[in-house]
Design a protein around this ligand. Structure first.
Ligand SMILES: [Ca+2]
Length: 173
């Protein structure tokens, strides 16, 4: 009886230790759970931030417009471009940007880049981020669907350098 009682006592003790271990394990688990949840929340937050950035980028690109020869001819006429210059400007736009106002060209050999419908250069005519250079214009303004400023700058380039300022002029005369 005495031995049985001892064994019973030991069993009880073992049980308590078992429970203790079990509760420790579940505490560890719940800490891990909390960490997982925190990580998951962080991941979800990062995902929403990424979605917002991607959305904004998409919006800025949907501001661009793709012309065709007819609609560009009509807009150039409305902006007062002389009739005899219109076909050449349309041809240059076609070869420079495929009529897409949102295009930024690959870097040139001098690391400059060309912007928009007429691929206007950021070292000479437009400036990145704020108005500047020859046309006193921001390059980013040359990527939207309002081409009045692009046309004004292109006409200034024509006035100062002739159509030869565009290398694609060779396909247009
Ligand atoms: Ca513009």
């Amino acid at each position: 009886m005495a031995i049985d009682q001892k064994e019973e006592n030991r069993e009880t003790k073992d049980n308590t230790e078992g429970k203790h271990e079990h509760s420790n394990a579940s505490k560890r688990l719940s800490i891990e759970d909390a960490q997982d949840r925190r990580l998951w929340r962080l991941f979800t937050k990062m995902k929403s931030i990424f979605c917002i950035i991607a959305g904004l980028a998409a919006i800025s690109y949907t501001n661009a417009r793709i012309y065709d020869a007819e609609s560009l001819t009509s807009d150039l006429r409305n902006f007062g471009v002389p009739e005899d210059q219109i076909p050449t400007f349309v041809c240059i736009a076609q070869h420079e940007s495929s009529f897409n106002t949102g295009i930024v060209g690959n870097p040139n050999s001098d690391n400059s880049q060309d912007y928009g419908l007429f691929q206007i250069n950021n070292h000479f005519w437009c400036q990145n981020g704020s108005p500047g250079n020859g046309c006193n214009i921001s390059c980013e303004d040359l990527l939207n669907d309002d081409i009045s400023d692009d046309v004004a700058c292109a006409r200034q380039i024509l006035q100062q350098q002739g159509f030869g300022a565009w290398t694609t002029y060779q396909y247009c005369h």
